[in-house]
Design a protein around this ligand. Structure first.
Ligand code: C2E
Ligand code: CA
Ligand code: CA
Length: 422
């Protein structure tokens, strides 16, 4: 719709032609928006945007909480707060409304969401559950000091220790931060809150930022850990190496979007610090969380009791993860001059010490037995003599993969095990 300040504003022939041209162009733009990949579906009418912006300001905001699992302890000590908007019967998800909000709406969303989360945290605390909060900080927050002020004010209001709050920062397109953004990030650090880099690997300049920015946590995007049949081994390798990279930079690493128990077990083997995903829990309203935590603690006690036999039925994915760690360890040691020869010698003698096992043994990748010993010798010799690119190594690895698949037949892990991954 076009409005004119004067009667008959658009009736001249040139004006009509201009307006028609404008209409065509806008039509093209809308079509392009609707078909462009990565952009959210349809264009949203202004009235709907205004309605959503109003919802944010009128108590329709409901934070839901998704548990983050600490893989070292097996416990949930932190939850991510995720925004939902109650619109009559419907509960709007962030994917539907976020992109349509203007910058002041986002600030409002952050401030109100944080207040709600810290209020909920206080309730959980009263019920005996001490949970830290992780909340999403839109990229604009690094250009707008009001976010920092909102965070400081909320922490004070709820007397929440700042280390109990993590802010999740999305990757942005900017390669590096400017002076002002650095200064705001510095203020957050000085406040004592933790910072997490969200969605690592989802695009943009993740690795450069990793080195440059003062994050405490890295959250690996679910696409990175996404598994489909024949890329499973490589997906695990990537997760493993990103985790090592994070650790060597002094950061903790969490994998997002974990949707199978097998993957969860594999991540723990790879040394990932935390996990989040539907297999642990879906986001839920604040009131449901205490019951979930209580169930989780009960389950943990139960599992601890069953632990000894657990490895026998370990999934393909878990075994692949053990293999990834083993392969890396052997190559690291073999890189030292002369070490390869010593390793081979060590493998020849039956040495049942934990160290010897760690150096030359496949550990629990396969059940103990003669077949394992033989395969282990072949693998080690191929890897140490031929190296990672050799045919001998590939052949030995294929045999191992088949053996893994055969031993894990009773589990429901992803089917085909890769024969050639490079
Ligand atoms: P995110 O920060 O990466 O949050 C995780 C999203 O992944 C959540 O979607 C969660 O429900 C979903 N998820 C968790 N586990 C799994 C899984 O196993 N499989 C799959 N397929 N998905 C899983 P949600 O709640 O729809 O949020 C989407 C995004 O919206 C968030 O992605 C975040 O970027 C943004 N967002 C959510 N709440 C807020 C907020 O309060 N403020 C701002 N600025 N952004 C928010
Ligand atoms: Ca997030
Ligand atoms: Ca994320």
């Amino acid at each position: 719709m076009l409005y004119s300040a004067w009667p008959g504003g658009f009736v001249g022939p040139d004006q009509v032609a201009f307006v028609e041209l404008l209409q065509t162009l806008l039509g093209c733009a809308v079509t392009r928006l609707q078909t462009q990949e990565g952009l959210h579906g349809a264009a949203v009418p202004v009235s709907v945007r205004q309605h959503w912006a109003a919802l944010v300001r009128t108590g329709a905001l409901q934070m839901h909480y998704q548990p983050l699992l600490n893989l070292a302890t097996g416990r949930c000590g932190k939850v991510e707060a995720l925004a939902r908007l109650r619109d009559g019967e419907r509960l709007l998800m962030p994917d539907e409304f976020l992109f349509a909000l203007a910058s002041d709406d986002l600030l409002e969303l952050f401030a109100r969401g944080l207040h709600q989360a810290l209020a909920d945290r206080r309730q959980w605390l009263a019920a005996g559950h001490d949970l830290a909060i992780s909340i999403n900080l839109p990229p604009a927050a690094l250009n707008d000091i009001r976010y920092f002020e909102a965070a400081r004010e909320a922490l004070q209001t709820y007397a929440c220790p700042s280390a109990q709050l993590t802010l999740e920062v999305l990757e942005t397109e900017a390669f590096s931060l400017n002076e002002g953004q650095r200064s705001i990030l510095g203020k957050f650090r000085a406040l004592g809150v933790l910072l997490a880099q969200d969605d690592l690997g989802s695009g943009h300049s993740g690795l450069a930022r990793l080195r440059e920015l003062p994050f405490d946590w890295i959250k690996i995007d679910r696409e990175i850990a996404h598994l489909d049949g024949d890329t499973a081994l490589d997906a695990l390798r990537v997760v493993y190496q990103v985790t090592r990279l994070g650790h060597s930079l002094g950061k903790l690493v969490l994998a997002e979007g974990v949707d199978s128990a097998d993957l969860l077990a594999a991540l723990a083997i790879l040394g990932v610090d935390g996990a989040q995903g539907y297999v642990i829990a879906r986001p839920m309203p604040a009131a449901q969380l205490p019951a979930w935590i209580a169930r989780d603690e009960a389950r943990e006690v139960h599992e601890a009791r069953e632990a000894p036999g657990a490895r026998a039925g370990e999934s393909v994915l878990a075994r692949l993860a053990r293999f990834v760690v083993w392969e890396e360890r052997v190559l690291m040691i073999a890189a030292a001059p002369g070490a390869a020869r010593d390793l081979l010698k060590a493998a020849a003698v039956v040495a049942n010490t934990p160290l010897a096992d760690a150096l030359v043994g496949l550990g629990d990748v396969l059940p103990a037995g003669e077949a394992r010993e033989a395969l282990q010798r072949d693998l080690l010799r191929a890897l140490l003599e031929g190296g990672r690119e050799s045919d001998a190594w590939r052949a030995a690895r294929d045999r191992l993969m088949s053996a893994i698949a055969a031993t894990a037949h009773e589990t429901h892990a992803p089917e085909p095990v890769p024969s050639h991954t490079h």
